[in-house]
Design a protein around this ligand. Structure first.
Ligand code: ZN
Length: 241
């Protein structure tokens, strides 16, 4: 059983009628319904809960954390950011969605500014799978078409991804590294681009398939924690004299 926590800042849905019409009970609930299954148990957490719903206990019981944020990145307490980061380094998977590129959690784990180009013009996005052997691409067609999305364009200010799984093309001409993986400590991170709040992207079956695949990929490997520091030899060392 993989234990997933879906974190959403949950602000647009409360303030904007258009967003509420697409996600009546919040982006986190759409995601939770989209990824729950026999082997995946899902809980949700939001910004306004105490400790943003991310207590140490919740994180300790989380195998994979999903992160959607946009307008309230600066309201996320630094102490919680550090707590999430340490859990990732200790092996918790992290899936950062769409405007989460500017979250403190993602910036902290990347070490770069994470800025990009953007435009809201109801344009077509085509997400090309460029690493068809990757587990995150399992069961997907050669590309996914979203009829309307926000554009994100290069240059995306991230470190070179450990694996590039998807590249997006936009109707207006830009391209973007839209499916990227990173390894940090024992943790696995997947950044997945689509998901602007005014479009029904998280109701799209193939988008949800990508996120479900991401959950399976990012789940902890169960590898023993590495031992660091001064180390006694495992075998007797023969004197060279
Ligand atoms: Zn957006």
């Amino acid at each position: 059983m993989i234990r997933v926590t879906v974190w959403n800042e949950f602000q647009h849905e409360k303030e904007n009628e258009t967003v509420r019409s697409v996600y009546p009970d919040g982006i986190h609930m759409a995601l939770a319904r989209g990824i729950a299954g026999d082997q995946v148990q899902v809980r949700t957490a939001t910004l306004e809960e105490p400790e943003h719903g991310l207590t140490q206990e919740v994180l300790d019981e989380t195998d994979v954390l999903l992160w959607w944020g946009h307008k309230a990145h600066d309201q996320v307490q630094d102490e919680i950011v550090e707590r999430v980061k340490q859990r990732v380094l200790a092996g918790m998977g992290l899936i950062v969605l769409h405007s989460g590129h500017f979250s403190k959690v993602f910036q902290s784990l990347m070490g770069t500014g994470c800025d990009l180009k953007w435009r809201e013009a109801d344009e077509k996005e085509r997400i090309w799978i460029v690493n068809p052997a990757h587990p995150i691409a399992a069961g997907l067609p050669e590309y996914i078409t979203l009829d309307q999305e926000e554009m994100y364009g290069e240059h995306f200010d991230i470190p070179a991804p450990d694996e590039l799984v998807m590249i997006s093309w936009f109707e207006g001409g830009e391209v973007f590294r839209s499916g990227c993986t990173f390894y940090r400590g024992q943790g696995k991170i997947f950044y997945f681009r689509p998901g602007h709040e005014t479009y029904p992207t998280y109701h799209h079956p193939q988008v949800l398939q990508v996120i479900r695949n991401g959950v399976q990929w990012a789940a902890p490997s169960g590898t023993a924690a590495p031992v660091r520091g001064h180390h006694q030899p495992l075998e007797p060392i023969k004197s060279k004299n």
